[in-house]
Each structure stands twice: as structure tokens, then as C-alpha cells.
Design a protein around this ligand. Structure first.
Ligand code: PEP
Length: 249
């Protein structure tokens, strides 16, 4: 089945308001009157999200990098899904390896966030991926299956088709080391087969699976040519208007 590609820039903790405005000025000039077929968006810091809503006709998806699973409450420093919705956010990255590594994000919390996002009719971009040691010990499949199984516990089948999964080998994030297109395809195919086992083939065929890890304008075409890779989650190369634009198809 034909799945629409989805390319998301993850700005992490980069860019203040002026820098975001500069990016948008440059990017809007590049994108104007261009026929872009894929879905594309930017995951910016909370303080910049409201700037990304350029006008009603803008196709740029507004993506958050995290959210809390509760509607509201005494959770200092956190942000609710309702607050993100006010800023026209439609997608939220959940379980990025940097959040797992530096902020103790665990599979059980990730699962709660997914439940809350689906309840709010938002699209989670669920990240999974193995460390270098796990990769070298050939534990990739087991690690990823465990992450996905726990993240999707009790998530209803009707929600899964719109889920986006980002396979990001930790050893390839920000390191300049990219998995080969073939390596990425093997894991993305395994993920799709696992979704089929957990749910069914029809649902698995609809889930979009991105690859992330040092994707650049000069390697994205090969990666996107693989049958089970439906897009990319991109850090470094999404920070400049020209290189982000060059990633889009
Ligand atoms: C990421 O932040 O998810 C990522 C893949 O970063 P980079 O493209 O810089 O490796």
C-alpha cells in the first residue's frame, strides 16, 4: 500500500524566537509555489511553537518534542496536551532517546503519553532504537520489540493506523554515522512485522515508520527508496532552511 512520506525536523533545544523567525523567512521563500508531496513539519521548543503557525494555508506540521500525560495538575515544568493544542500542535515526539537517556523517561510513562495523545486525537511519533553496545551484541530486534510492546500496551487497534514510529539507532544520532539504507530497512520491516503480530497486517501496512540518525540531503533519497521506510526524523540537517527544504520530496 502507498503510504505518504513524513519528514520531521527535530530542533531539540536550538533556536530562540529571532532564530526561528529567520528560519521561517528563509524556508517560506524556498517552499513557495513548490509542489511538495510529503508531509513535513518541525518539532520546535515550546516557546517557538506559536511562531510556526504561519497562516491557514501552511502545510508545515507543528510538532512538540514532549508532553505530560495528565490534563493538568501540580507538575512544575511540564506541559499538557491541551496547552499544545492551543498552539495548533498536531504531532508529538514521544520517547526520544535523549529523553530516555537524560530525563529518565521509561516505557511505562511513554505508554501513558500515547494513551493521552490518542484520546486527544493527536498523533504520537514514537521513537525507538538501540544503543551501540546493544547493536554490537545483536540485541537490536529484542530491544526494539520490547520498547514497542510496552509503549503500545492497551492501545486500541483503531488508533494504531495513524501512529508514526521513528526507528533511531542511538549510535547514529548526531554522530554522523548513518545506518545504511539496507540496515534501516531491515529494522523498519521487522517493526512492521511486529505491529502485524500485535495487531494485524492491515493495520501494520498503514503505520508510517521513519528512520532517524544523521539523515542529510545527500543520503535521504536512498533511505526513502526502501519499501518499509516512510520518512525521516532529522536533527542537525533540519536547522537550516536550505538543508531542511532539500530533504523534502
Ligand atoms: C534526532 O534528533 O532525532 C536525530 C536523528 O538527530 P540527527 O539527525 O542530528 O542525527
Amino acid at each position: 500500500m502507498e503510504r505518504k512520506k513524513i519528514i520531521i525536523g527535530n530542533w531539540k533545544m536550538y533556536k530562540n524566537i529571532d532564530e526561528t523567525k529567520d528560519f521561517l523567512n528563509g524556508f517560506n521563500k524556498l517552499i513557495k509555489n513548490k509542489n511538495i508531496k510529503c508531509d513535513y513539519g518541525i518539532a520546535a521548543s515550546f516557546t517557538n511553537l506559536s511562531l510556526l503557525k504561519i497562516d491557514k494555508s501552511s502545510a508545515l506540521l507543528i510538532v512538540a518534542q514532549n508532553c505530560h500525560y495528565q490534563n493538568e495538575g501540580a507538575y512544575t515544568g511540564e506541559i499538557s496536551i491541551k496547552m499544545l493544542k492551543d498552539m495548533a500542535v498536531s504531532h508529538v515526539i514521544i520517547g526520544h532517546s535523549e529523553r530516555r537517556m537524560y530525563f529518565n523517561e521509561v516505557d511505562e510513562t511513554i505508554n501513558k503519553k500515547l494513551q493521552s495523545l490518542f484520546n486527544a486525537n493527536m498523533v504520537p511519533i514514537l521513537c525507538c532504537g538501540e544503543t551501540l553496545v546493544q547493536y554490537e551484541n545483536k540485541e537490536t530486534n529484542n530491544v526494539i520489540k520490547k520498547q514497542i510492546k510496552l509503549a503500545l500496551a492497551n492501545i486500541k487497534a483503531e488508533n494504531i493506523a495513524k501512529l508514526v514510529i521513528a526507528y533511531e539507532p542511538i549510535w547514529a544520532i548526531g554522530t554522523g554515522k548513518t545506518a545504511t539504507a539496507q540496515q534501516a530497512q531491515t529494522v523498519c520491516k521487522m517493526i512492521r512485522e511486529f505491529i502485524s503480530e500485535l495487531y494485524n497486517k492491515n493495520i501494520a501496512e498503514q503505520v508510517r515508520i521513519q528512520y532517524g540518525g544523521s539523515v542529510k540531503p545527500d543520503n535521504i533519497k536512498l533511505i526513502l527508496a526502501e519499501p518499509d521506510i516512510d520518512g525521516a526524523l532529522v536533527g542537525g540537517a533540519s536547522l537550516m532552511p536550505q538543508s531542511f527544504f532539500d530533504l523534502l520530496i
